[in-house]
Design a protein around this ligand. Structure first.
Ligand SMILES: Cc1cc2nc3c(=O)[nH]c(=O)nc-3n(C[C@H](O)[C@H](O)[C@H](O)COP(=O)(O)O)c2cc1C
Length: 355
């Protein structure tokens, strides 16, 4: 039934639906359920240690013997300047007081990007697929992974980024439109360049590269999948749609905001981590809006707000959490992941047959 099979052949999957890697929200159970249902399950591995990665890899391999994807952030090491974080610390202090969680911590670099220890672990574990967000690790790392037989995918938010990724050896490219939930993948130009929507971005990326293109951003049901295929994509990557599956690790308050929210309830802000990301608008990000351009660099800013996010979750309030979600969130359905894949495939078949 699928108009193009290049992505299916490349990945060895039945349906061209990639469940997006979402660090902190994806679980081995979710990945296993999606991959067993014929899609590509993905786990967001940012913030994981080599030992954590070994455990995740083992759990996924217990859950499925189908292909799956491990995903990493490939950001540059940030400049840590504690003095520059002082104004932000002062502005955050009243919220720490309100939640009763002590002092705002000193700024740190809370986790590394795709470093040598992670590379060695991946060369040892050899997951079927690895995907990257925020650019790529160095050429030697890309080459080593390719030689190890791992299929490599990465996100582009502009045509220029897509061409760069193709020339760096990516086997497929995710075209991430501005509607997408979570962090913008923009890496080869100013953040303002990475604001093209899925509809104009996908066909232009398809025209610019020869590898399969995976459309991402604002796709919630069979209509969105059929539209992405009509634009020339070989498949889709959907994140927000899976946040209300029982296998996902997502706070109940966050799930409620998604299911009861509207498209206009999301915003893009750098104030959750230091890097622009789309999330559900809430009190913290509204009240700090004037500091939008003063956040310490990614992921240093995360070290200042992480305790606030955790405490907000423990106290069941949406006010301080980072509830990442895309513009199609109100179309979410709360159902098990395998049922969601089955529903999406049936809906797409129905839409395509009626066109
Ligand atoms: C909660 C959440 C977390 C995300 N985390 C990651 C991540 O760790 N790595 C990544 O490559 N993309 C991440 N993304 C972005 C997705 O890969 C994808 O671009 C996006 O979900 C597509 O838009 P949609 O949410 O409208 O489906 C995240 C998205 C969400 C909603």
């Amino acid at each position: 039934m699928w108009p193009k099979t290049d992505l299916l052949d490349l990945l060895g999957i039945d349906h061209p639906i990639v469940q997006a890697p979402m660090a902190g929200s994806t679980t081995p159970a979710l990945v296993g359920a999606v991959s067993n249902a014929g899609g590509l399950g993905s786990l967001g591995c940012a913030r994981q240690t080599p030992d954590g990665l070994r455990a995740i890899n083992a759990d996924i391999r217990k859950a499925t013997n189908r292909p799956f994807n491990l995903n990493f952030f490939a950001h540059e090491e940030p400049n840590l300047d504690p003095a520059a974080a002082e104004e932000m610390r002062e502005r955050l202090a009243p919220y720490y007081k309100e939640l009763g969680i002590g002092e705002v911590p000193q700024a740190t670099v809370p986790y590394a990007g795709f470093d040598d220890a992670i590379l060695e672990t991946m060369l040892d574990l050899r997951p079927p697929v690895i995907s990257f967000h925020f650019g790529l690790p160095d050429d030697a790392a890309v080459q080593a992974l390719k030689e190890a037989g791992v299929i490599l995918i990465a996100s582009a938010t502009t045509v220029a980024e897509a061409k760069l990724l193709e020339s760096s050896g990516m086997d497929a490219i995710i075209a991430q439109g501005y509607e997408a939930g979570g962090h913008r993948g923009t890496f080869a130009g100013p953040m303002e360049t990475g604001t093209v929507s899925t509809f104009p971005l996908v066909p232009q990326v398809v025209d610019a590269v020869d590898v399969p293109v995976i459309a991402a951003g604002g796709i919630a049901d069979g209509r969105g999948i059929a539209a992405a295929l009509a634009l020339g994509a070989s498949g889709v990557q959907m994140g927000t749609a899976f946040l209300t599956c029982p296998e996902a690790s997502v706070h109940a308050v966050w799930q409620k905001q998604i299911l009861e929210g509207q498209a206009e309830d999301t915003m893009v802000t750098a104030l959750s981590s230091g890097r622009p990301a789309r999330l559900v608008r809430n009190r913290l990000y509204n009240e700090l809006a004037d500091l939008e351009h003063d956040a310490p660099p990614f992921p240093v800013h995360y070290s200042l707000v992480a305790p606030l996010r955790t405490a907000g979750g423990s106290q069941d309030t949406p006010d301080f959490q980072a509830m990442y979600a895309g513009q199609a969130m109100a179309m979410n359905r709360a159902m098990p992941a395998a049922e969601l894949i089955e529903t999406l495939v049936a809906e797409t078949r129905d839409v395509l047959s009626k066109l």
